[in-house]
Design a protein around this ligand. Structure first.
Ligand SMILES: Cc1cc2nc3c(=O)[nH]c(=O)nc-3n(C[C@H](O)[C@H](O)[C@H](O)COP(=O)(O)OP(=O)(O)OC[C@H]3O[C@@H](n4cnc5c(N)ncnc54)[C@H](O)[C@@H]3O)c2cc1C
Length: 441
C-alpha cells in the first residue's frame, strides 16, 4: 500500500477506534435518556441558530442529553439541508440536483417526544434573552448556539429556502453553463477548481478559463495539492489557468452573461459567462448588532474563547450564555464541515456544564489533519484526498473511479432519510419533532 494510504489509515483508525467506543457509550446513554426526560410546560429553551453541518449535529446531541426542564429549539431558514459539497458538480451534471437538498425529518429519530422543535424562519435580531424572527415571533433562550455559517452567491450557495425553488436555481445554472461557449471562473479555491474542471470535463469543447488572485490555486492548502491541481487542470483538462490576476467582477454580479473582465496588463476580454467563486461573508451581523465587540473587525467572524463561548472583546470577563461554532466563528480551526461537527461536541458539553451550574471547561483544539482534510474533484471521476499534518507534511491520494453523483445517497443515509424520497415532490416542508410550528415552541 502507498505510504500516503497507510498514513491515512493509521490516522483514521487512531481517531475512529476511540470515537466508536465513545459513540457506543453515547448511544446507550441516549436510550436511557429517552426514558427519563420529561416534557414540562415551563422548560427553558436551548436555541440552536442555523441548521447545516454544524448546527444539525448539536441539535441531535441536545435531543439525546438535555435534562428535564430544558428543550432544544432549532431555528433554520431553509426547509432542508443544502448539501453544498455537491453544488459545483450539480451545477454542471443534470438530473441529480434534487438530491443535494436533504429533508430534515431524519434528525429527530429516537429523541423523546417534545424535546425539540424546528422553526423554519429567519432570525433577524437578538436581545439578551430572545431571538426575533422575520415572522414577528420571538423565541426565548436560556442558552444560544450560533452556527449561521457564511453566505456566498450561486453556484456556491442557493438563495431559495424551499427545495423545489432551490432545484430550479441549480437547473438554471446548468442551462446557462450549457448554453455558454467561452466561460471564465473567477476564484481558484476548492469551488472554482471543482467547477472549472467539471465544466471542461463534461463539455470538452468549451473554452474554460480559471482566474485566481494568488500565485497558486487552492491557496489555503499545501504545495502538493496546489501543484497537483494545477497540473491536472492545465495539462490534462486543458483549462486556461491565469494566476496573480484579480479582475473586478462585472456589474451584473457573480453570474454574469456576455460580460468582460479587465486583466492586470489592461487587456479586456469578453466571455459568454463569468462565474464568481469568491467572497465568503460570515453571517455574524445578528450578534454584532447586540454586542458589537463580539465580531472580529478583520474577519467578520464571531470571536470565541477556546470553550467556544462568545467573547466580548470590550468586556472579556462577561459570561455570555451564547456559544458560536462552525464557519461563522473565529475558532482558529479549519473552516470545514468536519470541524463544525467536532466543535458541536465541545459546545454540547459546555452548555450541559452551565445547565448543571458548572464552569465550562471543554476546549476546542483543532485536529488539523482530520478536520482540514479535503476530497477534491478534478473532473468527472478524478478525485484527490488531501490532508496536512501539524508539522506541515502532506498526504495526497488520487483516485480515478469517483461516482458521477459523488455518492450523495450516503449523505441521505447519514441524515436519517430514505434516498427514495429524493425523487418525491420537492415542495415538501417537513416539520421536525412534536409541536414544530413556531408559535408552539
Ligand atoms: C463545494 C464545497 C465543498 C466542500 N467540501 C467539504 C468537504 O469535503 N469536507 C468538509 O468538511 N467541508 C467541506 N466544505 C466546507 C463546508 O461546506 C463548510 O465548512 C460548512 O458548510 C460549514 O457549516 P456551518 O454549519 O458552519 O455553516 P453553513 O453550512 O454555512 O450553514 C449555515 C446555516 O445557517 C442558516 N442561517 C444563516 N443565517 C440564518 C438566519 N439569520 N436565520 C436562520 N438560519 C440562518 C443557513 O440557512 C445555513 O443552513 C465544502 C464547501 C463547499 C462550498
Amino acid at each position: 500500500m502507498a505510504p500516503d494510504k497507510v498514513k491515512l489509515l493509521v490516522k483514521s483508525l487512531g481517531f475512529f477506534i476511540p470515537y466508536l467506543g465513545q459513540a457506543t457509550i453515547s448511544r446507550v446513554a441516549a436510550y436511557c435518556h429517552s426514558w427519563t426526560w420529561r416534557n414540562t410546560p415551563d422548560a427553558k429553551n436551548v436555541v440552536v441558530l442555523g441548521g447545516s453541518f454544524a448546527g444539525i449535529e448539536l441539535v441531535k446531541r441536545l435531543g439525546e442529553t438535555l435534562p428535564t426542564g430544558y428543550k432544544a429549539v432549532w431555528i433554520e431558514k431553509n426547509s432542508h439541508l443544502n448539501y453544498s459539497f455537491n453544488f459545483p458538480r450539480f451545477s454542471v451534471l443534470t438530473g441529480h440536483e434534487h438530491t443535494a437538498f436533504i429533508p430534515y425529518d431524519g434528525i429527530a429519530k429516537g429523541a423523546p417526544e417534545g424535546i425539540f422543535c424546528r422553526i423554519q424562519d429567519t432570525a433577524v435580531a437578538l436581545t439578551d434573552h430572545q431571538v426575533l424572527l422575520a415572522s414577528g415571533d420571538k423565541i426565548d433562550y436560556e442558552y444560544l448556539a450560533i452556527a449561521t455559517g457564511s453566505t456566498q452567491p450561486l453556484p456556491v450557495q442557493v438563495a431559495s429556502t424551499e427545495r423545489s425553488d432551490a432545484c430550479h436555481e441549480l437547473q438554471s445554472v446548468q442551462q446557462t453553463i450549457k448554453a455558454s461557449q467561452k466561460i471564465a471562473v473567477v476564484g481558484g479555491g476548492a469551488v472554482g477548481v471543482e467547477l472549472a474542471s467539471d465544466i471542461k470535463d463534461f463539455y470538452p469543447d468549451k473554452e474554460v478559463t480559471l482566474i485566481h488572485s494568488r500565485g497558486q490555486l487552492m491557496s489555503h492548502f499545501g504545495s502538493r495539492l496546489q501543484a497537483y491541481a494545477l497540473s491536472v487542470l492545465r495539462d490534462e483538462l486543458e483549462i486556461r489557468v491565469l494566476l496573480n490576476e484579480r479582475p473586478n467582477m462585472p456589474s451584473a454580479g457573480n453570474f454574469a452573461r456576455s460580460a468582460s473582465l479587465t486583466f492586470s496588463d489592461g487587456r479586456e476580454e469578453q466571455f459568454d459567462l463569468i462565474i464568481g467563486c469568491t467572497g465568503q461573508r460570515p453571517n455574524s451581523s445578528i450578534l454584532k448588532s447586540l454586542y458589537p465587540s463580539t465580531v472580529s473587525n478583520e474577519t467578520s467572524r464571531i470571536l470565541v474563547r477556546p470553550t467556544l463561548q462568545v467573547l466580548n472583546a470590550n468586556a472579556p470577563n462577561q459570561d455570555l450564555p451564547i456559544f458560536s461554532f462552525g464557519d461563522v466563528a473565529d475558532h482558529g480551526g479549519p473552516r470545514m464541515a468536519r470541524a463544525g461537527w467536532m466543535q458541536s461536541q465541545v459546545v454540547l458539553d459546555n452548555i450541559l456544564a452551565k445547565i448543571h451550574g458548572q464552569t465550562p471547561t471543554r476546549k476546542y483544539t483543532p485536529n488539523v489533519f482530520l478536520e482540514g482534510a479535503i476530497k477534491l474533484t478534478l473532473g468527472k471521476t478524478h478525485t484527490v484526498i488531501y490532508a496536512m499534518e501539524d508539522d506541515g507534511s502532506e498526504m495526497l491520494i488520487p483516485s480515478r473511479d469517483g461516482k458521477l453523483d459523488l455518492g450523495i445517497e450516503s449523505a441521505w443515509k447519514e441524515y436519517g432519510v430514505d434516498f427514495k424520497r429524493a425523487s418525491e415532490g420537492h415542495a415538501d416542508r417537513v416539520e421536525v419533532g412534536a409541536g414544530a410550528a413556531g408559535s408552539q415552541c
